[in-house]
Design a protein around this ligand. Structure first.
Ligand code: HEC
Length: 248
């Protein structure tokens, strides 16, 4: 029995490995840090400036994000809420309708509230770093973890232009798998590669927060709940002793 279980694990290992690798391309590791408020604030700024034209965060309100990320109301209203489209308590939705997006890009930009949970943070981080020049695509770019993606590389001014360079080993891999290829910067953007990676960390971090906004509060509450339970247990025990003293 134990042997067959072991055999099953061996058989399933490559399967789980494949599922986690996002269809062949190597994913970059990313571990969110929800306590890094500066990172989350920067992520929110990037999201509002570069992503919200197409994507929404329907289940997130500006006010809630501002409170959780400790951004005072004024800078949010002055810098992050544009024109009259939104008020402080509004959801972070956008004006683009699904069909419009489809007509313009060939695919509707999905709501990103749960994207880090659906795809995983590693995938989202790798996706944001994975755009490269591909003249055959209508947008002029392709993506290492999302082949034939319909999204243009909106961060090109920051990142610059990357090109995919493939080595000889490519023949041994699956076609289009990209695992033997790497990306090289052929035109610089306004950020250095390190700065850009840091910015994409912040953006992914913010999306991880947005997928589970209560987590920050829950984590802050947890020690208090445990202390309460402990104190209550002691009180309950003393009470029990008091009540049962005469019974025995
Ligand atoms: C010009 C419009 C536009 C902008 C701006 C834009 N996107 Fe997109 N995005 C799209 C479209 C269209 C898709 C759907 C791609 C497809 O299905 O081929 C997409 C897909 C995605 C996906 C994959 C979702 C999934 O699970 O399939 C992620 C993640 C994403 N975008 C993140 C971002 C982030 C982060 C930004 C800001 C830096 C951003 N996008 C800015 C148009 C846009």
């Amino acid at each position: 029995m134990r042997k067959s279980l072991f055999a099953l694990c061996i058989v399933l290992l490559p399967v789980t490995g494949l599922a986690a690798s996002g269809g062949g391309a190597d994913l970059r590791d990313m571990t969110p840090d929800l306590h890094d408020k500066a990172s989350l604030q920067n992520g929110m700024k990037l999201f509002v400036n570069y992503c919200m034209g197409c994507h929404s965060l329907k289940h997130q309100r500006f006010s809630r994000a501002a409170e959780d990320l400790e951004i005072p109301r004024e800078p949010v209203e002055d810098n992050l809420i544009f024109a009259d489209a939104h008020a402080f308590n509004d959801q972070m939705s956008n004006a683009m309708e699904g069909e419009q997006g489809e007509a313009w890009f060939g695919a509707a930009p999905p709501d990103l509230t749960l994207v880090t949970r659906l795809r995983g943070v590693d995938w989202v981080y790798s996706y944001l770093l994975g755009f490269y020049r591909d003249p055959e695509r209508p947008t002029g770019v392709n993506n290492t973890v999302f082949p034939l993606v319909a999204m243009p590389n909106v961060l090109e001014p920051l990142q610059g232009v990357q090109q995919q360079v493939c080595g000889d080993e490519q023949e041994s891999g699956h076609e289009g798998d990209g695992s033997a290829c790497h990306l090289e910067l052929v035109r610089e953007g306004s950020m250095s590669p390190d700065e850009f990676e840091r910015a994409m960390f912040d953006l992914t971090n913010f999306l991880a927060y947005a997928s589970e906004p209560s987590r920050l509060k829950a984590e802050a509450l947890a020690p208090k709940v445990l202390i309460f339970l402990f104190v209550f247990a002691v009180v309950a025990y003393l009470l029990k002793r008091e009540y049962w003293r005469d019974v025995h």
